[in-house]
Design a protein around this ligand. Structure first.
Ligand SMILES: *[C@@H]1O[C@H](CO)[C@@H](O)[C@H](O)[C@H]1NC(C)=O
Ligand SMILES: *[C@@H]1O[C@H](CO)[C@@H](O)[C@H](O)[C@H]1NC(C)=O
Ligand SMILES: *[C@@H]1O[C@H](CO)[C@@H](O)[C@H](O)[C@H]1NC(C)=O
Ligand SMILES: *[C@@H]1O[C@H](CO)[C@@H](O)[C@H](O)[C@H]1NC(C)=O
Ligand SMILES: *[C@@H]1O[C@H](CO)[C@@H](O)[C@H](O)[C@H]1NC(C)=O
Ligand SMILES: *[C@@H]1O[C@H](CO)[C@@H](O)[C@H](O)[C@H]1NC(C)=O
Ligand SMILES: *[C@@H]1O[C@H](CO)[C@@H](O)[C@H](O)[C@H]1NC(C)=O
Length: 425
């Protein structure tokens, strides 16, 4: 009962971390955890977010900056790539020739990319393609129907907002009075976000209304940073984060442990959620877990080449003889992507890429056998009395039986933040 988390020492740890962050010297390459303002944000063809900041590109929710010209060469050739004003992914199924193109706005010009290649005829003048839309934009975001009444693009410049009807090319000026001036705008999982400084606000694309408690700190929800201030609400941050999970497992009591970066979330059977640094509870592991599984009441964490087994209790203690290598414990070369056990007393299932293996934990010489291909690669997986859950990006999928993992029928997609952790926005 309530064994999974303690909160006493948390505040001391946080203060230390905040100090360390402040002392770190500034680098030439921008660090998104330092609270920088993004010039433009979009998703790529695969739905991966791309954040642009003065010639640099951050892919996904964590990781270092790359030079934007490494991915989008021509932006540099045509114009010194100081910055991108605005970007969006064209996402209109009624316009198949342009569907899924990524559009960039630089000063007076527009660049249209498909699969990282500049389309023929580009760059063009903004006025050619989007008549009535000004140069030197601040932000742009796609708004397909029915989220907007017609397939549209919403453009932002200063406090002016333009709705551009993609089909008729009609421009409608809107006043979004409660919205701050956006420096970039982003559509993600059918929600609309205006970024300003290192804050963001979620808005209704039709009315521009901002509902709820905004602005919020972008680093809490769109970046996977180590904790950078004591002011943010850590439970809310982890509950609502869009960053992917590293690993997940549920113990026999029904408590769920989910690992992300340096923190883990513990959800108790009664839905109470707690967040704690991994470093405090699983000292030997510290952060960035690859896989987690529960086997015979013990919690196993896998990181790189090693497996750590913990006896869960008031203090979780590392079992004797651990860490062991992944090869020794699971009969396969590490690193692995996820692992789970379905309460069958003997087997652990290991997932590496799209392949799954069975490990007989009763065997003295462990061997990962029975290789087979599962439906799709995933970030994290767990199993319980009611079946298997695969987590991929911001979504999870539930399979009533293990067998269904090998079928072709992709089950219903659920949202991690909303349905697993009860985030309300
Ligand atoms: C849930 O359980 C925990 C620990 O057992 C307890 O501290 C907490 O008050 C409970 N919450 C609710 C809403 O019952
Ligand atoms: C990208 O820009 C940097 C800095 O201007 C330059 O050194 C580098 O050669 C460029 N890379 C490519 C692939 O153009
Ligand atoms: C684009 O704009 C420039 C500068 O205003 C102008 O000289 C040029 O003719 C325009 N190109 C086209 C294709 O309209
Ligand atoms: C928003 O943009 C307008 C210009 O369009 C400017 O006058 C105003 O100061 C800006 N507001 C903020 C808070 O930057
Ligand atoms: C960000 O939002 C906080 C409130 O959540 C506010 O105090 C702060 O001034 C904002 N900062 C910027 C740069 O918008
Ligand atoms: C758990 O750890 C705390 C702090 O290190 C210690 O005071 C306590 O006695 C430990 N409890 C058990 C059951 O070992
Ligand atoms: C592991 O299993 C494979 C395939 O079943 C078998 O060829 C191999 O000899 C086994 N290795 C060990 C160490 O048992």
């Amino acid at each position: 009962q309530g064994l999974c988390c303690r909160t006493v020492v948390l505040s001391i740890w946080l203060s230390m971390n905040a100090l360390l962050t402040k002392w770190r010297s500034p680098a030439a390459v921008p660090d998104r955890c330092q609270g920088i303002e993004m010039d433009a944000v979009t998703v790529n063809e695969d739905g991966i977010p791309y954040f642009f900041h003065s010639g640099f590109l951050f892919k996904g929710f964590h990781g270092a900056a790359e030079r934007a010209n490494e991915t989008f060469t021509e932006l540099d050739e045509h114009q010194h790539l100081g910055h991108v004003d605005a970007a969006f992914r064209l996402h209109y199924e009624d316009h198949p020739t342009e569907h899924n193109n990524i559009i960039f706005f630089l000063d007076t010009q527009i660049f249209s990319y498909y699969q990282h290649k500049l389309e023929g005829g580009y760059p063009k003048n903004i006025s050619e393609v989007y008549p009535g839309i000004p140069d030197h934009l601040d932000a742009a975001v796609e708004c397909p129907k029915p989220e907007c009444e017609e397939d549209s693009v919403i453009f932002f410049k200063g406090d002016e907002i333009f709705h551009f009807n993609f089909k008729t090319k009609a421009v409608e000026m809107k006043e979004f009075t409660s919205m701050p001036n956006c420096t970039s705008a982003f559509r993600f999982m059918e929600h609309y976000y205006c970024f300003h400084g290192h804050n963001f606000s979620k808005f209704d694309p039709k009315t521009g209304e901002v509902h709820g408690r905004y602005p919020k700190e972008a680093r809490d929800f769109f970046m996977r940073c180590s904790k950078f201030s004591d002011d943010s609400d850590h439970v809310e941050r982890e509950r609502c984060s869009r960053a992917h999970l590293d690993a997940i497992t549920a113990d026999n009591e029904g408590d769920m442990f989910a690992f992300r970066g340096q923190s883990f979330i513990c959800k108790e059977v009664n839905d109470t959620l707690k967040v704690e640094p991994i470093e405090l509870t699983f000292k030997e592991v510290k952060s960035d877990v690859d896989a987690a599984f529960t086997f015979k009441d013990d919690l196993y964490l896998v990181k790189d080449e090693h497996v750590f087994a913990y006896r869960v209790g008031e203090n979780h203690t590392l079992l004797d003889g651990y860490p062991k290598t992944v090869k020794e414990e699971l009969g396969i070369e590490g690193p692995i992507d996820s692992a789970f056990s379905c309460d069958e007393h003997q087997h652990v299932h290991v997932v590496k890429g799209q392949l799954m293996y069975d490990v007989d934990m009763a065997a003295s010489e462990r061997n990962a056998t029975n290789e087979r291909s599962i439906m799709f690669p995933s970030d994290a997986a767990m199993c319980g009395p009611r079946g298997v859950t695969l987590v991929k990006g911001n979504h999870f999928y539930h399979f009533d039986t293990l067998k269904l993992l090998f079928s072709r029928a992709v089950p219903e997609r659920h949202q991690v933040s909303l349905e697993l952790f009860g985030c309300d926005h």
